[in-house]
Design a protein around this ligand. Structure first.
Ligand SMILES: Nc1ncnc2c1ncn2[C@@H]1O[C@H](COP(=O)(O)OP(=O)(O)OP(=O)(O)O)[C@@H](O)[C@H]1O
Ligand SMILES: [Mg+2]
Length: 377
């Protein structure tokens, strides 16, 4: 709201004055008009007429008498704040009572003015209008921030899905194009080896070629696994088992996987998020932790599916994440929030690190019977 500047051309301040005495109303408006900005004042004296005036609006501020035959300042205050919590309300009372003043301020009044000290009303009104404008601006800024955070989260979620989709597509092309050609090449090379053998030709390079083809097939499988988490094919539990097993094999760090269920009630996005989180946490262990051991746990409860990856390595100060250049953990925290869940990193220097991530179960995803599992890799 723009505030009228005294002396400048300004829109009049629209006051709603709750007052049973016409004389007091005239005195109040005359005092305000004397050296203040232009006003438009309307008098009401009971609940129904005040409600109607607020509904009709617009009202910039309410000034209310305390004691009226059919109404009082507390009821007026309640009505005004219900219409607009930021609307300034000043109690202007003939009754000199400290208790009353304190009670009015506690109930949300912006100020309490005695009718015997009416000279205070103009400055108090301007102050409360300014405070209300600031409250409104603060609320609007907070709402805009929340809105932009929600949109950012949505965008992050969309990007994750798009990335996952793109990886899936590339994995599919490697499988269909390169995979089928490698199979054909192996077939032809085996046939060539047989022909050469039948003709008695010694060709020591052919077994080497077959070995290279075998390595190419293995490499293409590895790339496909990385690109397309096997979650969607085999389920999250089996995929995590495979991930933990291959981590231990590759790094030599003993890794243990535990789960209290065989299947998890999650959507494809939810499963992919947990799988990628475990992948990132394990990559962090191998890059940063110098750990002797890692544990990956998956727990399904009534409401949520939780993943915890903990190590006994060098640890770090999680506060440093705010300024750390890496993006892995930050992306992971955002992704969990985007799915309506949460994630937390706890660690102390030399005390190991633990990542916990939890997302709500999807009610319509198929849940299966309990079947505890535990596996050392
Ligand atoms: N398990 C861990 N043990 C010790 N330090 C860790 C561990 N996990 C993360 N950190 C610390 O937290 C920082 C941030 O991790 P994050 O995964 O966000 O980034 P990064 O691994 O450095 O890079 P990126 O993941 O983007 O490739 C790391 O640089 C490292 O200092
Ligand atoms: Mg990382």
């Amino acid at each position: 709201m723009s505030l009228p500047i005294p002396g400048a051309e300004a829109a009049p301040i629209r006051l709603l004055i709750v007052e049973d005495s016409e004389l007091d109303f005239d005195l109040l408006t005359a005092t305000l008009a004397r050296d203040g900005p232009p006003l438009q004042a309307r008098r009401v004296e009971d609940e129904a007429s005040m409600r109607e005036a607020l509904e009709r609006g617009p009202v910039d501020a309410v000034l209310t008498d305390h004691n009226m035959p059919r109404f009082d300042s507390f009821a007026a205050l309640k009505l005004a704040k219900a219409a607009d919590p930021d609307l300034p309300v000043l109690v202007v009372s003939g009754e000199m009572s400290e208790d009353l003043a304190v009670a009015a301020l506690h109930a949300g009044a912006d100020d309490f003015i005695l009718k015997s000290r009416l000279f205070r009303v103009g400055p108090a009104l301007m102050r409360s209008l300014q405070a209300a404008a600031q409250r409104r601006a603060g609320r609007a800024a907070a709402a805009a921030l929340a809105d932009s955070e929600a949109r950012l989260r949505e965008l992050a979620q969309h990007l994750e899905s798009a990335k996952e989709e793109e990886r899936r597509r590339i994995a599919g092309e490697i499988h269909d194009d390169i995979g089928s050609m490698l199979t054909a090449l192996r077939f032809e090379t085996v046939a060539l080896a047989r022909q050469l053998q039948q003709r008695g030709v010694d060709a020591p390079r052919v077994p080497l070629m077959l070995d290279l083809i075998g390595q190419l097939v293995a490499a293409s499988h590895r790339i496909q696994h990385k690109l397309r988490p096997p979650v969607l094919d085999a389920g999250l539990v089996a995929a995590l088992q495979w991930l933990v097993g291959s981590f231990a094999e590759r790094t030599g760090i003993p890794a243990r996987f535990e789960s209290n269920r065989d299947d998890v009630p999650l959507s494809g996005d939810g499963s992919a998020a947990l799988y990628r989180a475990a992948q990132e946490a394990l990559a962090n262990v191998s890059k940063h932790a110098h750990a002797k051991q890692v544990t990956v746990q998956l727990f399904v409860s009534g409401q949520e599916v939780s993943l915890e990856v903990s190590d006994d390595g060098v640890g770090f100060d999680p506060e440093l994440l705010r300024t750390a250049p890496g993006f892995g953990l930050r992306a992971l925290l955002e992704r969990a929030r985007g799915l309506g869940g949460w994630a937390e990193v706890s660690s102390t220097p030399n005390g190991g690190a633990s990542l916990m991530l939890s997302i709500p179960v999807q009610r319509d995803a198929p849940a299966s019977a309990d079947g505890g599992r535990s596996e050392d890799a």
